[in-house]
Design a protein around this ligand. Sequence first.
Ligand code: 9MR
Ligand code: ZN
Length: 549
Amino acid sequence: MNQTDVTMDTMEANKCPFRIFVNQSGYYPDGKKTAVMNFPCESFEIIDRKGICRYKGTAVRFGYDKNAGDTVYLADFSDFSKKGTYRVVALDEKSAEFRIAESVYDEVFHDISKAFYYLRCGCGLDEKYAGVYRHEKCHTSSALLYDDTKKELDVSGGWHDAGDYGRYVTAGSCAAAHLLYAYKMFPSVFEEKQLNIPESNLPDLLAECRYELEWLMKMQREDGGVYHKVTTMRHAPFVMPEDDRDPLYLFAVSSMATADCGAVCALASGIYEPYDKEFSKQLKITAEKSCGWLDHHPEFIGFQNPDDCNTGEYGEADDASNRFWIYAEMYALTGDKKYHDSMLKTLGKEFSFTALGYAEMGGLGALAYLLCRHETDSVLKEQFAERFHREAKRLKETADNCGYGCAMEEADFTWGSNMTLMAHGMVFAISDYLEKGSTYRNYVTAQLDYLLGVNPTGYSYVTGTGEFCCNYPHLRPAHADGIDECIPGMVSGGPNRHPCDPDAERLIPKGTPPMKCYADHVGCYSLNEITIYWNSPVVFVLGYLYCKD
Ligand code: 9MR
Ligand code: ZN
């Protein structure tokens, strides 16, 4: 996808120095705590920084894990709750360092939420907020309409999507929706959360989302249709964003972009209402215009890259889930029966009611309906809740069958598998939220454990988090800025059993088990890119874990 004309450096990926895998952020004192070992052993110890043994435990053979290709042994130390900094040791192996504390996720939570600021487009990043990762203004020129290059428009702003500098409406709507739902469901967590971003009269997470929403609204045409994306014609080489000066193009309107943009604006309109009535009104008007356009275009209008363009496509085969999402959000916002009727009409087609993006949006629509404060159809509501509970149950069984505790099937290890992992974390969290039973809390933390080091590569897949974390993601500024340490808080796409970029094809031998198809190499866009919608579900999951209400 992100082919560039520059030659990547030929650095080989680092080898993990550990064979005992822990969550490198750490564990809650009262939480479940498991380390995984990929060698036979009968017992283990936990040592502190002075090397003093603080806990002895028995290792249990889990068995062969097909997706990892390892026979794994588990070290459960859930009953050890003393706060401190430790390593697990067994035979002559040791783990990375980890903490036991209430605050173990504070730093990673901050970094993952702040990542969106570092991806802001159309403005410079000030040293005051970005430190050494500051840069000049980027992508401020107006964009030419691809279909009529005599016309140009100002669509500056929003977040860079990923390792590339494109801005794509469906992807952006999805990421913003995850953040907004995190805020809507766990508001107390975010009210005081400081991200050190430019001042506003909003909680920082909402201020950050507003940056994307303002851009999304600019992507809407007068008649309500929303342009699918704004990018250069070809992916930029690995330069800083301000040095990417090729002309920007606005590509065709798609029904998915129109629906997603309107849906997230409807969701946002309700959330921002108490803070800024005028902004809330603009969001609502955008959403209404999207609905108007969709009503006049009941047919699916997909998107395909023109031949001369190689930036992200974000094609979808159908738009039923996107339409369901916008009508559900509009009903939740307004209580107007016409949106309820339109929503019901979208249910004729088959799609998932627990999928949380970036293409399948049914789960977000179901969530909108489940949280709706207007009159709802109780049978339908019950069905939506039941879908989440059923999916959580299925994922629990999957996680129980995985040596590393993750709710992932072999087929889930595709491009951006860490998003699927975290979307599954969201399903557990949503299921708990709906029943207030906290049945799945340990399963939510288990998905984070995997992301942060309890996996057979040993990597923490978040830049800057942990002793052995990815540091060379496919992320243009991170490579071009000449700074050794990557911008923190970036979630890598993670293992992909179909490595499909030249570096990955060279680095990953054929037959490598799915969970090990990973390399921390800047060239590997199919294994090690970052995107806004791989970060956003982690913010949601951490919001759930932090919420004490
Ligand atoms: O996240 C997308 C992944 O699911 C697809 O398999 C892949 C190939 O089509 O594209 C990914 O999206 C990329 C987008 O097209 C451009 N920006 C970077 C995205 C992450 O790699
Ligand atoms: Zn930019």
